[in-house]
Ligand binder design. Sequence first.
Ligand code: ZN
Length: 313
Amino acid sequence: MTSIDTLHDQFRRELVEAGLLFDTGLDGLYARGAEFERILDAVDHLITRDGHAASDLTPAGSGYRLYRFPPVFPRDVYDKTDYIESFPDLTGLVHTFTGSSSDHRALLARRAADESWDHHLTPGDTVMVSSACHPLYGAIPQQLPEGGIAAEVNGYCFRHEPSPDPMRMQAFRMHEFVRIGTPSEAAEFRTAWVGRAQGLLSGLGLEVEAVAANDPFFGRAGKLLANGQLSNNLKTELVVHVYGDDHPADAIASCNLAEDHFGRNFSLTLPDGSTAHSACVGFGLERITLALLSVHGTDPAQWPATVRETLFP
Ligand code: ZN
């Protein structure tokens, strides 16, 4: 059996040789080539189309309101998500220089001497976006309208997990649909999206399985959180065996029920005064693109006709 490290190296080399990705010298950080972006855009459009066709899931058919956030978001919003409790290891906090001219001279002197200079920077007000939907909870009104909110979020996320596996990038895009409403509205949204996402991804010739999953919570306390997430059935991942059935499958989308977690932390209140519940479905755009390249080959012209017609009508 070929080792997983060898398979990671092989896939990464194939992607770079085909001009789909370009190495930056740092594990998990790539420039994308034109063909890679063409596939990713097509996947993105398909997700938009299916999401909008799901308007039966939104309040009074009002559709999803689109939010595009920058790759960083306010630190106080990040703080309210409690992400630091569960994923300190994945977090990226932005530091900036706020010193005087003499502080700058001191920094440059250390740099000229080949010494580390980063302690001359101080933590700022922005954090790298941890999950595409996180900035949303700080950007919507706390008093929710009748029927709650249905939102679409599309943007870059950062997770500090350097890896030679191209499926595990440090910076990647997520396309999410988010539902904030009553407990049953949130739960029904999540359930409906498991089937919908599975249909969308199977239509691209990917053998996806829906599995109960947990997040990679940090540390010993994290094990309890992970067990709770599993036993309460809060996370369903859609996984594909990108490296063959002998190796662990990779998640390319996930359907999550947050219950009242964000509702409580962000004081999101429904018209009847109760705390809102929320759910989201997130599609990993790079991961889906990579799964397609792995399963169908690195030349889209050679992909099965049905897949090409679905993506490039
Ligand atoms: Zn989300």
